[in-house]
Ligand binder design. Sequence first.
Ligand SMILES: Cc1ncc(COP(=O)(O)O)c(C=O)c1O
Length: 476
Amino acid sequence: MDHEQFRQAGKEMIDYVADYLQNIRERRVLPTVQPGYLRALIPDQAPEEGESWREVMDDVERVIMPGVTHWHSPQFHAYFPTGNSYPAICADILSDAIGCIGFTWIASPACTELEVAMLDWLGRALALPEPFLASSGLGGGGVIQGTASEATLVALLSARSRRVRQLRQQHPDWTETAVTGQLVAYCSDQAHSSAERAGLLAGVRMRQLPTDSKFSLRGDTLAKAIQNDTARGLIPFFMLATLGTTPSCAFDALPELGAVCERQQVWLHVDAAYAGSAFLCPEFRHLLDGVELAHSFNFNPHKWMLINFDCSAMWVKRANDLVDAFNVDPLYLKHDKQGLVPDYRHWQIPLGRRFRSLKLWFVLRLYGLAGVRAHIRRHVQLAQLFEQRVRADPRFQIVTPVTLGLVCFRLQATNETNEALLKAINAAGRIHMVPSMLRDTYILRFAVCAASTEERDIELAWAEVERQAGRLLPPP
Ligand SMILES: Cc1ncc(COP(=O)(O)O)c(C=O)c1O
């Protein structure tokens, strides 16, 4: 494809994308294909000679679209949202064209410097404490990771490395393996599965602590666990608190946990993957209180901030904790400006990194913070509308408070009946939701996801839930 052909093809692709998103309501949100469907639609081998653009584009509808789950359909209410907006898509096109791998400052100075600046913009908009901001000069700063899972792992590995170093300085005869074997990390029994995974990858115990009746982890529970483990000769070193849990959007008691961690010298990492975007709104900022006690904080702009995957924002108060944990310095990656600006390769697990801050820059400038807040508030209002519909039907109950854009609800019936309801809803394919288990209770999760969701979509969704429920239980 030469430059002129790209101009044509690119314009056609932009039109295709705009048509796709504009008319997405016409598509069935959940595909009906069976596993292995795609192999039968394409040849066994790559073509020897290049094909035409037209042939490839024609196959998008024939091969790809039948197997797409339409995450940006206003009928998609599963998991949590994933971001999407035209400014972010445009920024990603530019990022792909520049195509740099910004592992060090010199590898593309704009890539590093815009990221430092954007994480400061975002940090200020969230009213993060100064030590998290690079511009404060206190040794902290932000970085874009690919996912919240990576951020958790980076925090855990940094905390592990810091604690091992400290202990070996105090006890030079202790081996690294012996110290690591005694380490223990904590999260709640509601934490995302990536916490357990991080424990496995880091080779340390990850204890899932019980939550209270609101699915929130409390400080006294952590304090007791630390006391028990210390009495057994173990070394507590890391706590992962969740703000906005995946099963029910519950909030751990961050100020309480922070106070315990401070007393016990335990690294506190805050995972607000979904809920973090809401903290841009002053009325939700109180949910982040206690972050001043954290060592690291992370949320996913690629979830709820109109930014396309991937863009997971992470801040640390002491960047050197990351650099010390991940620093390897081969000659071919050295440059003469080292130390003056971050070399982000030391802040993450892979070496390579894309120019992801462009998406933040475009979205923050084209929407403004006011535009982003309006998007969050609209979603919260839509969730409240769905909640009202649920509350008005005595067959149903709301299971947990609707704080942001997630409604957890169920029929006042057995788990099996609720499971049958969700199965029927997803089989009909008008809307898509996923369940979760809260202790022994099966619940349905209704998340407001697509940026284009409107009241009519909420009414459609509720009508579908009622219709399917009517087949299982008589109408009220
Ligand atoms: C609270 C929480 N943490 C972590 C994650 C994992 O996010 P990622 O896919 O960015 O790793 C999720 C995903 O929904 C989540 O809800």
